[in-house]
Design a binder for this molecule. Structure first.
Ligand code: PNS
Length: 160
């Protein structure tokens, strides 16, 4: 069976990687869909987020990574996927995920499986990582090495 793990991944964190790894043990194939949430102001553009997720998931043979410029349900139809996998850390995540799961299920017959975040990553979010990065602090305990390298390179480009 095939599943999609969607998200903004701005940036992709070790908590996200853990969800993708666990999804790849539950499903034969996993497509990571790097999407756009109109309520968010992104640190990295879509193409860069896709490349960073690809670099971070390179060792996972059953995982592919694709951009998702439109709706998640249309991505599922285009990729012939019937299951969405999302991670949730706190109670409020479950509320948000419930609303999206119900909306997606009402648009098509797609099911959503929510995996509880591992306790070691429960305090890690992309929005906190963005704040730490903007404050010039080390983000390497929270994100894959590819994200750390990309941030360092983009800082060099902007300071040139
Ligand atoms: O990491 P995020 O920001 O929680 O991910 C949210 C995302 C990208 C999965 C969600 O906004 C999404 O599915 N975007 C695609 C557009 C869409 O289908 N919106 C309706 C969701 S019910």
């Amino acid at each position: 069976m095939k599943a999609v793990v969607p998200g903004s991944f701005d940036p992709f964190t070790l908590g996200h990687l853990d969800i993708v790894e666990r999804a790849s043990r539950l499903f034969d194939q996993v497509v990571v869909a790097v999407g756009l949430n109109s309520a968010k102001d992104y640190l990295f553009p879509l193409e860069e987020r896709v490349e960073l997720v690809r670099a971070s998931c390179r060792q996972l043979a059953a995982v592919t990574v694709e951009p998702m410029p439109g709706l998640l349900v249309d991505f599922c139809l285009a990729h012939d996927v019937g299951t969405i996998v999302k991670g949730a850390r706190l109670g409020r995540d479950f509320e948000v995920e419930l609303g999206m799961a119900q909306m997606n299920a009402s648009l098509t017959a797609v099911e959503t499986v929510i995996l509880p975040t591992r306790p070691s990553w429960s305090f890690v979010s992309s929005s906190l990582v963005r704040q730490i990065a903007r404050g010039q602090r080390d983000i390497s305990p929270y994100v894959p090495a590819a994200v750390v390298d990309h941030l360092q390179r983009s800082r060099h480009v902007h300071s040139d």
